[in-house]
Design a protein around this ligand. Sequence first.
Ligand SMILES: Cc1ncc(COP(=O)(O)O)c(C=O)c1O
Length: 411
Amino acid sequence: MHSDALGDIAMTVGDSKKHQDTRLIHGGSHPEEFDGAVNPPIYRVSTVVSSDVEEMRHRAKHPPGMMAYGRAGTPTHWALQEAIADLEGYKHCLALPSGLSGILISILGLCESGDHVLVADNVYGPIRLVCCDRLSNWGLEAELFDASLGEDIADLIRPNTKMIIVESPGSLTFDMTDIPAISNVAKEKRILVLADNTWATPLLIDAPALGIDISIHSGTKYIGGHSDVAIGTLCLNDDDLHHKLKWTALLFGYGLSPDDAYLALRGLRTLGVRLQRHEKNALVVAKWLQERSEVDRVMYPALPEDPGHNIWKRDFSGANGLFGFMFNASVKQVAADRFIDALSLFLRGFSWGGYESLAMSTSGESIKRPISGWEPTGPTMRLHVGLENTADLIADLEQALTSMADAVAAE
Ligand SMILES: Cc1ncc(COP(=O)(O)O)c(C=O)c1O
């Protein structure tokens, strides 16, 4: 295994001749180093001891393949990092305790006081919140922009613009961003493009080819895949930036538990087959919802009618089980809440990417788009379509819509 002692892996990008499906299974796997164990053992480590002072000094230099301290990484972390970097086609990967920490570390580790950060107004709500409410505490200025700007982002760039943050499709609204149009402008001006690629997973886009400098995933979602782990990953090519980010993570105390690194790697191995089933199920459910009179629009770029479909087709090789829909204007919020309450297979939950189907109401401030001005016509919902049988899922949605109508009629 090739690694430096901060727990990251400075690997050569994996054997590009092998198909993605194959790399998904074998990336980061080194049974020969673990007495033949096909999965890396969980290294529960804080202290690492040395036989003498010379060895201690050697460890302190962080040579490849040697641990220095548990939080700085273990062979369990290195295996996960190697697998993700290989899949995404980047040179470096850092595994972190959450997706959110990956974005924050990137901003705080790479931007300096006085820098300007452009943030798409459709990114994951807490990132928007942190950027707008907290970055000024560190002397940074965050500016939200309309995610559909494309190359017109050039008009917002200032001499001190350091980073552009995007997410496609956007959180809750599922609107597609033309990332290559933005990254072309950014490259010219030497500005970093950071993308939250959680929806795409490492499988559905070629992030380096889209011009993304830093690719973030909340591995809490599809990478873990079983609703039992919180983890984030950050991938990039630049050696210096990588060095800065791994030190930022270490100095800020962002250590990922080896148990969670193990679970994430175990989940990763089946990501391909799970995603195919999620996409297949989601398309069935989304098309069924499109036909319902209560529904104004399904927000899912894999649907040909979706306004972002052409960008999705150009940049993505598939979809997953997460999409939104909006009721038409005649459905009141209280009725939409009844619909959610009446569901029995779709569980009421905030996360997504696990095996199970989930539903939540997305109406409120977080779905509003302060810059683009986009507003839904009626109450909005997010569904995560899990791995259950689609006829059962549709029956659940149907009975919940009936309950919603009955409750409204009884009022
Ligand atoms: C698109 C997206 N990015 C990031 C996150 C944050 O993930 P984590 O909980 O791993 O920090 C989420 C969580 O829902 C998300 O939906």
